[in-house]
Design a protein around this ligand. Sequence first.
Ligand code: 7TS
Length: 415
Amino acid sequence: MSLPLQTPPALDVEALRGDFPILSRTIHDRPLVYLDSASSSQKPNAVIDAVSRYYRESHANIHRGVYVLSEEATIAYEQAHVRVADFINADFEEMIFTKNTTEALNLVAYAWGLSNLQAGDEVVLTPLEHHSNLVPWQQVARRTGAVIRYIRLTADGCLDMEHAAETIGPRTKLVSVAQVSNVLGTVNPVDELGRMAHAHGALICVDGAQSIPHMAVDMRAMDCDFFAFSGHKMLGPTGIGGLYGRRRILEQMEPFLFGGDMISEVTLEGASWNDLPWKFEAGTPPIAQGIGLAAAVEYLQGIGMEAVQAHEHTLVRYALEQMREVRDLDIYGPEADDRGGVISFNLDSLHPHDIASILDQHGVAIRGGHHCAMPLMRTLGLNSTCRASFYVYNTTEEINVLVEAIGAARRLLRR
Ligand code: 7TS
């Protein structure tokens, strides 16, 4: 069971791990094995240092002072937009910084949905969405009378694309779908869904929370209308995320939040709006976090997203092989070639929280629960699962520790 460390030649994981100070921690006297990056990734020194350098040397509010510090902060924050826009092959004007994916999706739901949806219009989602790509649409549907329709899943947790073709039709105004499921790891065919949506004059919104950290994403190639993501899952700080929006659509939309910085001119009677992207960034923004996100993107570009993806694919394939050897372990979702770096499982009828806390005793951090995807749990006939998720700093040796710890949990709990 203990194979040597296997990684694609492009990635020197041992060297890379040295960039992440937290990975040298011990937990309950064992080396930390961090397998919860789908919740939030760990941070390299490049990000920690960029944030701390900004606070030590250049902090002031942006877009207001004419003094040196404010100018430096403004340039750094604007450069962060340029860097992140470049990372996803978008224009600077199309790159709005938000707090996280949740806020980005709420921006689309409220600023686009409330004024573009009417009674009888249809929003097409899937049962594997995170609550943040579900609840905002339910709220908007309640207010507008729009109807939500769901594309069915196949037995192995992929989208039933024949059903997608039947569901996306002339009444569809928006298809909103995760590119990668946070529970099953399923990689959804967003290009094809986009073509189906556009053929009916509808828009496509992609929840990229679990894709952008792990694979190259290109807005022009994907031809999507909105793309939402979180910085903290892609080596960046918490409190920063992004929304890409097609410029033509963003220009037509009213702002989401109102206040300082998003205006062009205000009178006692009304206001006009600032240029993109600032029209959608009201108030003092997350300046340090934006700069930290740009450092994370630079770090990922230094590795290369193809190398990141190849490494995770190796890990998932290896983990599935090893985990399938464990008795009484149910694994959910598609084969390694069709999934991102996420494996959900249950051990017999044991509660995921019990398993996660025994794994914690071994230094292994995984998540147990419904993963903010309660409708998916119900579709699978489950209440909860354990979930191990991998990133660029994980190794096959850590997967061996995971598998050994699951074996120990099984022996302990089934005694
Ligand atoms: N969409 C997907 C697909 C996600 O996985 C998550 C977070 C979100 C949206 C929301 O991201 P946030 O940064 O706004 O919270 N997913 C998880 C998870 O799987 N475990 O913790 C958070």
